[in-house]
Design a protein around this ligand. Structure first.
Ligand code: HEC
Ligand code: HEC
Ligand code: HEC
Length: 129
């Protein structure tokens, strides 16, 4: 057997081992978790923007809020229905969604998203106050 054959055999084995975890897990994907609304959010019925918008764009909205507060020193956000909100991650989002673990985290853990916001922003405004 020449070296070329050995190399190819080696590559085939290497590739098989590399992809083994994938074949092993085929058809066993974890179910998509459902974020749970807190009693307070349920009572409020509506988010800052539509549910579809929030689901897809909440990171962008938070980014806009941060820039507006930090750069322009403006703290009031008016949504499309004319309702006013204090642009605050802890005091607005987490005041209504006061169950971060069952709401924000449940989605983020599934999506492997790790927002670093909580290094500075308190994640339980109720408990801290
Ligand atoms: C006054 C209460 C209230 C505030 C403040 C609020 N939310 Fe919501 N949020 C809700 C409600 C109620 C829903 C679900 C609406 C529905 O069932 O259609 C929701 C839905 C969402 C969703 C979509 C959930 C899903 O099932 O896909 C996300 C994401 C979200 N909110 C994030 C945020 C963020 C981030 C903020 C701050 C910028 C915020 N919310 C502020 C009440 C609130
Ligand atoms: C319906 C599922 C869902 C819910 C509920 C949800 N998120 Fe998210 N969030 C995501 C996903 C998915 C991403 C990652 C998006 C990406 O990487 O493009 C994300 C990303 C983010 C980011 C950006 C992270 C980064 O490093 O760029 C922030 C900030 C954030 N979420 C805040 C929140 C807060 C605060 C709440 C609760 C009030 C919340 N999210 C609730 C699904 C959700
Ligand atoms: C290194 C610390 C730090 C980190 C990390 C951080 N922030 Fe902030 N953030 C601040 C400071 C300081 C302010 C200004 C506080 C003020 O003026 O009220 C601020 C203000 C904000 C505001 C407006 C004021 C408020 O009460 O919320 C938003 C919204 C915000 N940040 C969102 C985020 C999001 C979303 C993340 C994560 C993707 C994040 N921040 C990560 C320090 C931080």
């Amino acid at each position: 057997m020449n070296d070329k054959g050995k190399i190819i055999t080696g590559l085939v084995i290497f590739f098989a081992i590399l992809t083994l975890p994938f074949w092993f897990n085929l058809g066993k994907a974890a179910p998509v978790p459902k974020p749970e609304l807190s009693a307070k959010a349920k009572a409020a019925k509506q988010c800052v923007r539509s549910t579809e918008y929030m689901r897809a764009e909440h990171m962008q909205l938070l980014n806009d809020w941060r820039e507006t507060v930090v750069r322009d020193a403006k703290r009031t956000y008016i949504n499309e229905h004319g309702k006013a909100f204090n642009m605050s991650l802890s005091n607005t989002c987490l005041d209504c969604h006061d169950n971060k673990a069952q709401f924000c985290d449940r989605c983020h853990d599934y999506a492997s998203a790790r927002p670093y916001c909580w290094d500075c922003h308190i994640d339980n405004p109720k408990g801290e106050k």
